[in-house]
Design a protein around this ligand. Sequence first.
Ligand code: AKB
Length: 315
Amino acid sequence: MEKILIIGAAGQLGSELTKALADRVGGEQVIATDLRDSARDSFDYCRFEVLDVLNKEALYDLVKEENVSQIYHLAAVLSATGEKNPHFAWHLNMESLLSVLELGKETKLDKIYWPSSIAVFGPNTPKINTPQYCVKEPNTVYGISKQAGERWCEYYFQKYGVDVRSLRYPGLIGYKSLPGGGTTDYAVDIYHKALAGEKFNCFLREDSNLPMMYMPDAIKATLDLMDAPKEAVKVRSSYNLAGMSFTPKEIFESIKKHIPEFEIEYQPDFRQQIADSWPDSIDDSKAKEDWGWQPDFTLDAMTKDILENLPDYFP
Ligand code: AKB
């Protein structure tokens, strides 16, 4: 029976992925961990432990004592926050991944999941339908750490047979939790402002096109990749993954179909430069070929779903 450890379970992706995993294997088989004890109350359906992923000894003890067979390592400092403290972002993002990969090598975990991001791409990457294999010269510390992390994942797979799997997520949009510190987070905040009847100040230009994905698609992709037979997973750095692409103006117009009085103002800040260095759209044909990836949500379908459901989570 699988025993699954989630690191960074209280984050935007973690809070939904942990629930999806517990629904599948049973809450008693899932250990959610996070830095903050305040997150405990959200995990009444599984076990919860406070864990600082940089405390290698505590991580090793937990994995060994609990006979953990799979780790989902989601803790990371994201793009915008990373620029405020680059050395800490590098330290946390890299040291934590290396500890988890070492655990995979030493304890023979069945599988490891580690998210990468469109942030691995940079200004010299082809912007439209960005291919799986192309120039990557990321210019955020978050992107640099994700690119280096991808190389480490492939290295541990090739050298030590560690079954680590990864996806390059676009900007993730969900209504069940608040994101923290990303450049694509405007596309979550905008729904909160629209429903609160407030004007939205957007930190990106109206024409800033970025790859995005609705959370149910991201959860589906993650579970599909982890379910795929080992031989089907041919990319061992990280898979390109696409859902939709849109600009701030397009998401604003999608919301206005439901809330006609909604207003927006564009005040680009330092995050504009980060957004400008990322692709407009992603070619995810490898994921489609290798393990049958197919997204479900369009921008308008996502908008409808969020506007209907968000008020239950943030009344
Ligand atoms: C961010 O904006 O930093 C993240 C990402 C694209 O990885 N959402």
